[in-house]
Design a protein around this ligand. Structure first.
Ligand code: SAM
Ligand code: SF4
Length: 485
């Protein structure tokens, strides 16, 4: 059993890195006369998008980015606090950075993002090498905090705002493939799921002016980008009231439509949807526009109604399944659906865990991001419940969830053999220069021989082989598609 758990968890770290374990590192800007900023970003896509805002703010203050931490003047870690291991990784990294700092006196180290917000000035006491601590709503203040730190003082700003959306800041695209980009459409979260630290680290929910979002998407398209992902903790609750006409509410469905109308050549994705808020109107908008990707990330967290209630998710198993049925009814079986699932939440029984497994069997998700419960100080769950599921049982339940999901992912992918998927080429495959890698409408990674295609092309690929994580195939031209039909 133990070997099986280890094996399954190893698979998780290999295939599911993308959403929760990947670290993004800033690139080298070819500029010589500026001070050098190294940014390393942890956690979710929102954090990666925030680092692009930070790079933009710091560019105005005379910094250019570098990929070389050792020789940087300023090092920022943009952190995640969602699980304890995310914070432990940052602490380990800080120790490594301290070695560089000792060799290069004058180097400044800043901790940004959710861990900074959670720990505030305490972080300065615990990690002496840190000079700057900045929460997610205080990035405009970074140049002042850096100046303060340059004089030997510590710089702290963890003020959470009710208004800040950074709407007027044009992000510097970091780690960009020049084809796909992230756009934050809202910040914070009002949901108060009992396990989650986000409402405390990112503050109250607020939506960004839709015109600034549409302009950002249009500018990206004009610059050659072919795909935008609209980001928020709960995109379905996006709503913007024009300050001059408060009765006019701009909904998420309307925003999605306006971004889709920029060009049929611009793909639109979004994340994350919340089961309590995703409406049929959004589903019909997705159906109406070919360039809105038929893919929905709909975190479940548990398949049992009692557990969902104590998680304060505000929906039941039945509600969740009704939303899934609606997605299938409106968008068909080919719509990609993924989930988040937590194993071993407080008081979860074996039967309740079985409900999570049976939910996976019912829905047949394309993939999932699966976690064992990690108690976060200060959250409602930490205050009200005991973290009473022993670590080995959590790990075993997680391994079972992953195993079921992997099997279903493999089966769902196998069904695509012989179909033609429209793939947007994002770049060369990591494994072979001879292959391109891109994603299908349903967000599946597709690898195929490069031939004469180039980055940014939409290519029709006939799927010939699959694993649980990727599809392989070969490009087909129009006449071949007619023959295959
Ligand atoms: N806003 C999204 C939603 O409502 O589902 C998710 C945001 S959170 C950054 C990403 C995922 O981390 C969650 O969906 C949940 O599965 C997981 N997560 C959050 N807090 C956790 C905790 N304390 N322990 C384990 N997993 C957690
Ligand atoms: Fe956390 Fe729940 Fe908000 Fe998602 S919806 S960020 S899980 S509180």
């Amino acid at each position: 059993m133990e070997n099986r758990i280890a094996e399954t968890l190893k698979i998780l770290t290999e295939t599911d890195k993308e959403a929760c374990e990947t670290v993004h590192v800033s690139e080298n800007e070819p500029i010589t006369n500026k001070k050098r900023l190294f940014i390393e970003s942890y956690g979710c896509q929102m954090n990666f998008a925030d680092s692009e805002i930070v790079a933009s703010v710091m560019r105005e203050a005379g910094f250019a980015t570098t990929s070389d931490a050792e020789n940087a003047d300023l090092v920022f870690l943009n952190t995640c606090a969602i699980r304890d291991n995310a914070e432990q990784r940052v602490r380990t990294r800080l120790k490594q950075l301290n070695v560089y700092k000792k060799k290069k006196p004058g180097m400044l180290i800043g901790v940004l993002g959710c861990m900074a917000e959670r720990l505030k000035a305490k972080l300065l006491e615990e990690e002496k090498m840190v000079d700057i601590v900045t929460g997610p709503d205080a990035y405009r203040d970074l140049p002042r905090l850096v100046e303060e730190a340059e004089t030997g003082q510590k710089g702290v700003n963890v003020f959470l705002s009710r208004e800040e959306t950074y709407a007027d800041i044009s992000p510097v695209r970091l780690n960009s493939n020049g084809i796909t980009a992230l756009i934050s459409i809202m910040r914070g979260c009002d949901n108060m799921c009992s396990f989650c630290v986000v409402p405390y680290t990112r503050g109250r929910e607020r939506s960004r002016d839709p015109q600034s979002i549409i302009k950002e998407a249009q500018d990206l398209f004009n610059d050659g980008y072919k795909e935008v992902t609209l980001l928020g903790q709960n995109v379905d609750s996006y709503k913007y009231a024009d300050p001059n006409n408060k009765s006019e509410i701009f909904s998420f469905a309307k925003l999605l439509e306006q971004v889709a109308l920029i060009s049929p050549e611009l793909r639109v994705r979004f994340s994350t949807s919340h089961p309590k808020d995703i409406t049929d109107e959004v589903l019909y908008t997705i159906k109406k526009y070919d360039n809105i990707c038929k893919y929905i990330h709909l975190p479940a967290q548990s398949g049992n109604s009692r557990v969902l209630e104590i998680m304060n998710r505000t929906y039941t198993r039945e509600w969740y399944l009704e939303r899934i049925d609606s997605i299938r009814r409106i968008l068909g079986d080919e719509c990609g659906i993924s989930h988040d699932m937590i194993a071993g939440f407080c008081t979860e029984t074996e039967e309740e865990h079985q409900d999570s497994l049976s939910l996976l069997e019912y829905v047949r998700f394309d993939f999932g991001y699966m976690f064992s419960y990690s108690e976060r100080p200060g959250t409602p769950a930490a205050k009200k419940f005991t973290d009473d599921i022993p670590a080995d049982i959590k790990q075993r339940r997680l391994a079972e969830i992953i195993e079921v999901q992997q099997r279903i992912s493999t089966e769902r992918n196998k069904k695509l053999i012989g179909t033609i998927q429209r793939v947007l080429v994002e770049g060369t495959s990591k494994r072979s220069e001879a292959d391109f890698s891109g994603r299908s409408d349903q967000n599946k990674v597709v690898i195929f021989p490069r031939e004469n295609f180039k980055k940014g092309d939409y290519v029709n690929v006939l799927i010939t082989d699959t694993t649980s994580a990727t599809l392989r195939g070969k490009a087909v031209i129009e006449e071949e598609i007619i023959q295959l039909a």
